[in-house]
Design a protein around this ligand. Structure first.
Ligand SMILES: Nc1nc2c(ncn2[C@@H]2O[C@H](COP(=O)(O)OP(=O)(O)OP(=O)(O)O)[C@@H](O)[C@H]2O)c(=O)[nH]1
Ligand SMILES: [Mg+2]
Length: 322
């Protein structure tokens, strides 16, 4: 009897944790959810059929959630043709068809990452314009890797902004990761070169490089990031294995043009979309995946170290619709 009780408790504990995580995700995405699901419910309430007026309002709702013009139009076309084929006749089914199509827009083949050679660390370079959440994401990601038992080192290559090094150092202390740094104003390439050497000799498992988001000009920024990448590659063949582009969800469609720019200049392997908790523009995720074909790897739903989530299309769509 006692044993049985223990087992039940254990399973309850496990399920409790899973449902807690889903609840936290829903809470983080609540602004987007009330914009989408909330307005959709109002739209279909008491309506008997899908007419042009409903489609117009639906377009407005999707557009406001920042799915982007193209993605919104494609969804409206899909709904319209389902109505024409008599596959969709009742407004209450609208949500299902939207969910199904958004899920398929979000479902992208994973980009094959370069793997580190045996015994060598995984090197991740983190890029993005200023203030999007690079340093915070690095702290949260380091925490995830630490939870997997990895030895993590952080390289402070944002030497442009005063206090940037200090901010990374605080995160390093919080999550138990060593930070390789020099003074503000040092050459980022030199910091990176020394940092990779230190990581190799100290046998780190994962190295994450924090870079500047702002320099005197955008051209300057791209050139410097390119230089940092060359130095990393010169020090360790095959590295950086991953280049994470951090985008701020609250900037909406602007995030898409940033992604295009950075991807063209540096070849991004993963997108991290931050600050989804602070915006109703969560539909940007769909636009990003669908228009650029770049997969979202993580989403940020808060400022704490547990607030970085692996992106899962199914989970995301459920969280913003149900
Ligand atoms: N609510 C919320 N805030 C976030 C999230 N991610 C980052 N932030 C906040 O955004 C602000 C900027 O974050 P940073 O990590 O300093 O951004 P950065 O890209 O490193 O900025 P620079 O170094 O100036 O280029 C901080 O106040 C963070 O706490 C998130 O997912 N949700
Ligand atoms: Mg920073």
């Amino acid at each position: 009897m006692k044993l049985f009780g223990n087992k039940e408790n254990r399973e309850e504990g496990k399920n409790g944790k899973a449902s807690g995580l889903i609840e936290r995700l829903k809470q983080g995405l609540s602004k987007t959810r009330s914009g989408l699901a909330g307005k959709l419910d109002q739209l279909v309430f008491g309506k008997k059929q899908i007419d042009d007026a409903i489609l117009d309002e639906l377009e407005e709702i999707l557009f406001t959630a920042d799915l982007g013009v193209r993605t919104t139009q494609e969804l409206i076309d899909l709904v319209q043709s389902a109505v024409a084929r008599k596959e969709l006749n009742h407004p209450e089914k609208l949500k299902d068809i939207l969910k199904e199509n958004m899920r398929s827009f979000l479902h992208l083949p994973r980009i094959e990452h370069q793997r580190p050679k045996p015994g060598e660390p995984l090197i991740i370079m983190v890029i993005g314009v200023n203030g999007v959440g690079k340093t915070t994401t690095i702290g949260k990601a380091a925490h995830r890797f630490r939870n997997e038992g990895k030895k993590v080192m952080l390289i402070a290559a944002d030497t442009f902004r005063a206090a940037a090094v200090e901010q990374l150092t605080i995160w390093g202390e919080r999550v138990g990761a060593e930070v390789i740094k020099q003074d503000t104003g040092a050459d980022p390439s030199a910091v990176v070169f020394d940092g990779i050497s230190a990581a190799l000799s100290r046998k780190a498992d994962v190295v994450i490089i924090d870079t500047a988001g702002r320099l005197h000009t955008k051209v300057n920024l791209m050139e410097e990031l390119e230089k940092v990448r060359r130095v990393v590659n010169g020090r360790l063949d095959g590295a950086p294995h991953e280049i994470w582009l951090i985008l701020d969800a609250t900037t909406g469609q602007n995030a898409i043009s940033q992604a295009e720019l950075f991807h063209k200049a540096l070849g991004v392997t993963d997108i991290v979309l931050t600050k989804l908790d602070g915006t109703a523009k969560g539909g940007i995720v769909v636009g990003l995946c669908h228009q650029l074909g770049l997969p979202v790897r993580f989403i940020g739903i808060g400022e704490k170290m547990d607030d970085l989530r692996s992106f899962d299309a199914q989970e995301f769509v459920n969280a913003i619709f149900d």
